[in-house]
Design a protein around this ligand. Structure first.
Ligand SMILES: [Zn+2]
Length: 430
């Protein structure tokens, strides 16, 4: 049993209460734990909200309810979705390998008979393949929906309830894994983070995706500056993230980015997309194992998957990161944080890479954009975020621009500042 402090949103008031979570499920997450590879629950976007319309009028978030997909969905269970990857890859490998061994044992007469048979059945085989591809395409079309915050179409294969189940199981799994590292609610880091989280959630109560989710906060006593949110809105922040940030404004940018991943359902979108990719990749994997000896087939399979990641998966993932940066910036703006610190935060990250204190992200080999690209993107988003902040009735920004101050520092001065904050070598994924 583990006691956690939960942040519950009830009647637009934030009530922090003690709750007990019984740890009865011990299953390993199929996904990693960096910031966007967690499971998130499905947003409640189908509820047309007057508050969303109000935000839209203010130009904060782009809404397009009129193009919401009304086709009945054909959902798939979370267990099936998570098992598809290992099952299709191993199944395709075994099938291809079995076929190669079986074929090698046939005499040349037998091979000729089989080839003749396939030639005669060619039309039926093409028909079956066409039917399979058409079914897959229909399944894809029937599960396309439009995100109300971005207006972007996406493929989602789980119902709201299925996502809740997935979220709960993942949360229990994380609690079990971190049970020795969760800091008490009396810890200063917890209190500081709770203040920031509450402020962001409270300021964005007009979004049903925030209001109708039960949020929790867990602070983990680990030095790597990481933060992530699970499907049901379970926020995890490592103590190291506090060392990275200079103030609550920068901390708010990190938290808001993670909350944005939840609102945008990015992990569910990733799981859904992976399912389709894995089904489609089963055929080339089977062909490779049918044609080539084991070692060569293994190398070709690894090469193919890596190439696919570089050309398709990573660019798509970086797009989601930018999306979470943009929406997160708006969430922080509505909470009256100084959004200019988003640019400073990524300037700090860039500087840490320049000083070889932290590794630089090589974009084409990574799921995340590099620090400089994020800094540039957030600089472009800044005017809109500042306008949102003004429209939210926030106090005027401090005339001392933190971006100008940060950029006025020499590399040596930045290095001294960072050394004072005592960074340790670790992997950063925000
Ligand atoms: Zn992220």
């Amino acid at each position: 049993m583990l006691t956690l402090r939960r942040v519950l949103l009830i009647n637009r008031k934030l009530i922090v209460k003690q709750s007990t979570v019984k740890l009865t499920v011990h299953r390993t997450s199929a996904l990693g734990n960096n910031c966007y590879q967690f499971h998130l629950s499905r947003s409640l976007y189908n509820e047309s909200s007057s508050s969303l319309a109000k935000i839209s009028r203010r130009g904060l978030l782009r809404i397009n309810n009129s193009i919401l997909n009304k086709t009945p969905h054909r959902y798939i269970s979370p267990t099936v979705a998570l098992l598809i990857r290992p099952l299709t890859r191993i199944g395709a490998l075994l099938f291809g390998r079995f076929f190669r061994k079986w074929w090698a044992k046939k005499t040349s007469e037998e091979k000729k008979l089989y080839i003749d048979w396939v030639s005669k059945q060619r039309q039926k085989i093409y028909g079956a393949l066409g039917f399979f591809m058409a079914s897959l395409f229909m399944f894809y079309i029937m599960n396309i929906e439009v995100d109300p915050l971005t207006g972007r179409s996406r493929f989602i294969i789980m119902t709201s309830n299925q996502q809740k189940v997935l979220g709960r199981l993942t949360f229990e799994n994380y609690l079990e894994n971190f049970k020795d590292f969760i800091v008490p609610t009396t810890h200063p880091a917890y209190k500081r983070l709770l203040r920031v989280v509450n402020r962001i959630l409270e300021a964005n109560q007009d979004l049903p995706q925030i209001k109708e989710r039960e949020w929790t906060l867990s602070v983990i006593d680990k030095d790597d500056p990481n933060a992530y949110v699970l499907p049901g809105g379970n926020i995890f922040v490592h103590i190291g993230a506090l060392k990275l940030t200079e103030n609550d404004d920068q901390l708010a940018i990190i938290i808001a980015h993670e909350v944005a991943h939840v609102l945008l359902q990015h992990p569910i979108e990733q799981i859904s997309r992976n399912l389709l990719q894995d089904i489609l990749m089963a055929v080339p994997i089977a062909v490779v194992w049918a044609l080539f000896p084991d070692l060569l087939a293994l190398l070709l399979q690894a090469l193919g998957i890596n190439m696919f990641d570089i050309l398709v998966t990573y660019p798509y993932s970086r797009k989601l990161e930018n999306e979470a940066d943009n929406i997160g910036l708006q969430l922080a703006a509505k909470a009256c944080y100084d959004v200019r610190h988003a640019v400073v935060l990524w300037g700090i990250m860039r500087t840490l890479a320049e000083l070889n204190i932290k590794p630089e992200v090589v974009p084409w080999l990574n799921t995340h954009p590099n620090h400089e690209d994020r800094e540039k993107n957030l600089t472009k988003q800044l005017p809109l975020a500042i306008a949102t902040r003004q429209q939210s009735g926030c106090p005027i920004l401090n005339p001392a621009d933190p971006i100008k101050y940060f950029n006025s520092l020499s590399l040596k001065e930045r290095e001294i500042k960072m050394e004072r904050r005592g960074f340790v070598q670790s992997k950063i994924l925000l």
